[in-house]
Design a protein around this ligand. Structure first.
Ligand code: ASP
Length: 429
């Protein structure tokens, strides 16, 4: 029953694509950095690429979830897979926030700094965010913004607005219902599975656009921040803070998650990382885990051979709720703001920062700079000045790219660990 799709790319082709993407990122930085006017002209290629990726997200989430879940033959197995996935995601996100807290307390990037606060983004979005509203929005959405939470009321609106959580919940139950129908549903599952394969085939084709699209995305982004001439001084003024975030992300991604992959996933780190190369670079270039989901699925299932049942279930969920990089960054940023304003947080408050950063990361959408907005939850919880966010704006687009890559890496490590953890219970078909 498990029809693995024919592998359209040889490993030589994958390698060439990977090298082309790396070259595109480097060239994008150079062009956008030194010739901002050229960088802006290239934006159109980035927009086309991003649009096409986003176009694939809804069908991929719905089809892959339904197909994945329908292959799980009983509800008990589904419950076990679901709870293991959630436990893995929550724990690793909390560890990420903890690593952030430890580093920011050791390095103390906010002491003796004198910075100018710039404008806050989307004031209206920020004004009424606290833990209880965030939890409520996660569950039932926000009718004022026509945004749906986990339990949605209109599937088509959810597709239009790209509210992924209600689509996931519906697809899980629809897949479970199909599976419970037994023989009668076999043909329908088969058809959905072929449609899912066709979407993945589209993802392969889209990848040929990746180098040009990524060149456009990177060049335009750095050009919009004024090129190197304007951006480098801004980066330098926040250098120690940026370094703290990057060091934390590196420790979490390369050390903690990689160890989990080796010890619990029983995978070779280098080859797994290579299989995820395109997805991780795409995450860096788009700053969106959601837009990267098609490639994450491809890397985990096709390149790294994690079973379809597990990857189809674990990854769409991960792209929406599992954001290790975001949690780490929010924790560092909150304490950095406290240090800048000379506010001392005791250990209880720092634990609250860890917990709320974990929640804020779960609530953040998989789109660029979503973490910047949900950070209000963390700041509110420990009474830090919300205006502090204005301090971080100038470098956030760059840090966003690194944290998004770690978010995607966290999802893919999750898939292999959960597969292993769940192995005796899910028979391979
Ligand atoms: N851009 C991140 C993502 O898509 C979310 C964030 O931290 O802003 O995963």
């Amino acid at each position: 029953m498990n029809q693995s799709i024919e592998k359209p790319k040889s490993s030589k082709e994958s390698l060439i694509l990977l090298i082309a993407i790396i070259a595109a990122i480097v060239l994008g930085f150079i062009l956008g950095g030194f010739f901002p006017s050229v960088g802006i002209k290239l934006e159109i290629f980035g927009d086309i690429f991003l649009n096409v990726l986003m176009l694939l997200v809804v069908p991929i989430v719905v089809l892959s979830m339904i197909v994945g879940v329908s292959r799980i033959t009983n509800l008990h197995q589904l419950g076990a897979l679901g709870s293991k996935t959630l436990v893995f995601y929550m724990l690793t996100t909390a560890v990420a926030a903890t690593i952030g807290i430890i580093l920011v307390n050791i390095i103390q990037p906010g002491l003796n700094q004198d910075l100018v606060i710039s404008q806050l983004p989307n004031q209206s979005n920020l004004s009424n965010m606290d833990i209880s509203t965030a939890l409520k929005e996660l569950l039932v959405g926000n009718p004022e913004k026509e945004q749906q939470g986990l339990v949605g009321y209109n599937l088509f609106l959810a597709m239009e607005k790209m509210d992924i959580l209600p689509l996931i919940l519906f697809s899980i139950f629809f897949g479970a219902a199909l599976s419970s129908l037994g023989k009668k549903a076999r043909k329908s599952i088969e058809i959905l599975s072929v449609m899912n394969d066709a979407i993945l085939k589209l993802v392969h084709w889209v990848m040929y656009l990746a180098p040009l699209g990524i060149l456009g995305l990177v060049a335009a982004r750095i050009a919009h921040s004024g090129g190197f001439k304007a951006f480098i001084p801004e980066l330098m003024s926040l250098g120690l803070y940026a370094l703290t975030v990057l060091l934390g992300l590196a420790l979490h991604g390369f050390l903690f998650l990689s160890l989990l992959l080796r010890i619990f996933g029983k995978r070779r780190i280098r080859s797994y990382l290579k299989g995820m190369g395109t997805a991780l670079l795409n995450a860096f270039s788009t700053a969106s885990s959601t837009a990267t989901l098609p490639l994450t699925l491809q890397g985990v299932h096709e390149e790294n051979k994690v079973s379809e049942e597990v990857s189809n279930f674990v990854l769409p969920l991960g792209a929406t709720i599992n954001m290790d990089g975001t949690a780490l960054y929010e924790a560092v940023a909150a304490i950095f703001i406290a240090q800048l304003y000379g506010i001392d947080l005791n250990w209880v408050q720092q634990v609250i920062v860890i917990l709320t950063a974990t929640l804020a990361a779960i609530g953040a959408a998989g789109i660029p700079e979503a973490g910047l907005v949900t950070m209000v939850i963390v700041l509110r919880a420990v009474n830090l000045p919300i205006e502090g966010i204005g301090l971080l704006l100038s470098v956030d687009w760059l840090l966003d790219r690194f944290r998004t890559s770690i978010n995607v890496w966290g999802d893919s490590v999750g898939a292999s660990v959960v597969e292993r953890w769940n192995r005796p219970k899910i028979p391979k078909s």
